[in-house]
Design a protein around this ligand. Structure first.
Ligand SMILES: [Zn+2]
Length: 244
């Protein structure tokens, strides 16, 4: 199968999995870098992830403008998140923006940082940064990332991390492959729930820096790491798109 067709199919699979797993609801989106032109990326037109099809995938320049000037369908207002991230992180091939509710308390807490507490999530690192749009763009924004300046500023906060929280809004996450991103993202709200429940019990033990580094060194395309993608795609009703 042609590489572009494969990317579009993988993006449909990713959208459906992330919707089914409650990482994305009616809002939020997932993007993939163009496999041959690093200055372009693909993301769906403005549509809820659970109903994205192959024909809904649109190709963009990193500045958020469509490659096809004839593309007139409404676009995600926050596509600049992906442009900013892909510009800043050349190794990132996939990018996600989510509003998952279980993660939100950690984006507004003044005292408690989100930590990696379960083994499946070590990749988020030891220190998840929080981006506050107010710091640079004032107190009268909608909190949405609606231009490249804001996308780039968010990417600066993300820095070399796999994930950054967005105050009162959600989070951004990146992956070396689409499977790498989706697998991690499925466990981000679960990790937040486990940590919140553990805090009710009192003190808790986060993963150590060494454990986090060991997780991060795993091959994201190893069979054990792909098992979720293959199962979740079938569960989300798009197993037929896995075949070439
Ligand atoms: Zn958003």
């Amino acid at each position: 199968m042609d590489a572009i067709r494969r990317v579009k199919r993988d993006l449909v699979i990713a959208n459906r999995i992330l919707a089914r797993q409650d990482v994305l609801d009616a809002y939020g989106h997932v993007a993939m870098r163009h496999p041959k032109d690093p200055a372009r990326f693909f993301v769906a037109r403005s549509l809820s992830p659970a109903i994205v099809e192959e024909d809904d995938i649109v190709e963009f320049h990193l500045d958020g403008s469509p490659v096809d000037p004839g593309e007139k369908r409404p676009q995600y207002l926050e596509r600049f998140i992906h442009g900013g991230v892909f510009e800043k992180r050349p190794e990132a091939m996939a990018s996600l923006h989510s509003h998952a509710e279980d993660v939100l308390p950690f984006s507004i807490s003044k005292t408690t940082r989100l930590r990696a507490v379960i083994h499946t999530i070590g990749e988020i690192g030891d220190a998840v940064p929080t981006w506050d749009i107010r710091d640079k763009f004032g107190d009268d924004t909608t909190l949405l990332v609606t231009n490249m300046d804001q996308g780039r500023d968010l990417a600066v906060c993300l820095d070399c991390n796999r994930m950054a929280l967005m105050r009162g809004h959600g989070f951004v996450a990146v992956g070396r492959t689409i499977n790498d991103l989706v697998r991690m993202a499925v466990y981000i709200p679960r990790n937040a729930r486990v940590m919140m429940n553990a805090m009710r019990l009192g003190e808790f033990i986060p993963m150590s820096k060494g454990e986090i580094a060991a997780r991060a060194s795993l091959d994201p395309e190893a069979p054990a790491m792909k098992r979720g993608w293959e199962f979740w795609a079938r569960e989300a009703g798009v197993g037929h798109l896995l075949e070439d």
